[in-house]
Design a protein around this ligand. Structure first.
Ligand code: PEP
Ligand code: MN
Length: 298
């Protein structure tokens, strides 16, 4: 068959869905991602202070999140923007885990920081700007922690899968894929949430797939609708930005929910999650052949 996917499966055989290897369940702390549960990860874009993180951790835990997010190392488009608190930020996240029992996901930007971030984090986040940082991906292969790999904002799904393969190839099969919106001609939103990507990845990949509605939308009013779409399309979880006072946030305030908004979004998601859990992982059997054909025509 003539298609872009053809002949490429060997390029990501360690992360592709294959017979006998249909699903990877990633465990972090006491959370399972890719299993029956729909795992919600929530918290501020950036760690700003102990108070901010602690308050957020308690609030998102009470609303049903299982993982606390928060960047201590921030990849910013401007060199003058807040770059993150570094190790001080990691220590605050650790305190929040000890207090609330939430697992921690936080970004690592450089291979030099892998060791220190792995000391504090339960899940290592690779940001969209780093998806093709191969030195970083290779080092994450030996970090001993699961990796949350965000899709590059201009990356095809094949390129995304190849980056996952690099991590697996270097010894780490515990990878979570995250669709966070891609660049398109559309200007109404910060990015375009490629909901189709979740369905495609569920067909071709054995890895759990989550959705980040916050960076996709760029504005908080759209986050609940995109989150419902994520549940319905078969995602394994969400990565959502939540801040005690979004209008005062040092980064990404416009797309961050406050505690009450996050709480009501979680309540509204409940019926959708219940249906999803009943339907239990009805991922089509390795039906890649069909996709290969589809992928061949533009
Ligand atoms: C983030 O999660 O705060 C972040 C920087 O995301 P992305 O890499 O998707 O832009
Ligand atoms: Mn952010």
């Amino acid at each position: 068959m003539d298609s872009p996917w053809n002949g490429h499966f060997s390029a990501f055989d360690l992360v592709a869905k294959t017979e006998g290897n249909e699903r990877t369940v990633v465990r972090a702390g006491n959370v399972e991602i890719g299993g029956r549960d729909f795992a919600v990860m929530a918290g501020p874009c950036a760690v700003e202070s102990e108070r901010q993180v602690m308050d957020t951790a308690w609030a998102v835990a009470a609303a049903g999140a299982r993982v606390l997010r928060g960047g201590a190392y921030k990849p910013r488009s401007s060199p003058y923007a807040f770059q993150g608190m570094g190790v001080e930020g990691l220590k605050i996240l650790k305190k929040a885990r000890e207090a609330t029992g939430l697992a921690i996901v936080t970004e690592v930007m450089s291979e030099e920081d892998v060791e220190v971030v792995a000391e504090y984090a339960d899940i290592m986040q690779v940001g969209t700007r780093s998806m093709e940082n191969y030195a970083l991906l290779e080092r994450l292969g030996g970090c001993g922690r699961p990796v949350l790999l965000k899709r590059g904002m201009c990356a095809t799904l094949q390129e995304f899968m190849r980056s996952a393969q690099v991590i697996a190839e270097h010894g780490n099969p515990n990878i979570i894929l995250c669709e966070r919106g891609i660049r398109t001609f559309e200007t109404a939103t910060r990015n375009t949430l490629d909901i189709t990507a979740v369905a495609v990845l569920n067909l071709v990949s054995r890895l759990p797939v989550i959705v980040d509605p916050s960076h996709a939308a760029g504005m908080r009013v759209l986050v609940p609708a995109l989150s419902r779409a994520a549940v319905a399309v078969g995602a394994d979880g969400l990565l959502v930005e939540v801040h005690p006072l979004p209008e005062k946030a040092m980064s990404d305030g416009k797309q961050s929910l406050n505690f009450a908004q996050f709480h009501s979004m979680m309540r509204e998601l409940e019926p959708y999650r219940a249906v999803r859990n009943l339907a239990t992982r009805e991922r089509a059997h390795t039906d890649c052949e069909e996709l290969v054909t589809v992928g061949g025509h533009n």
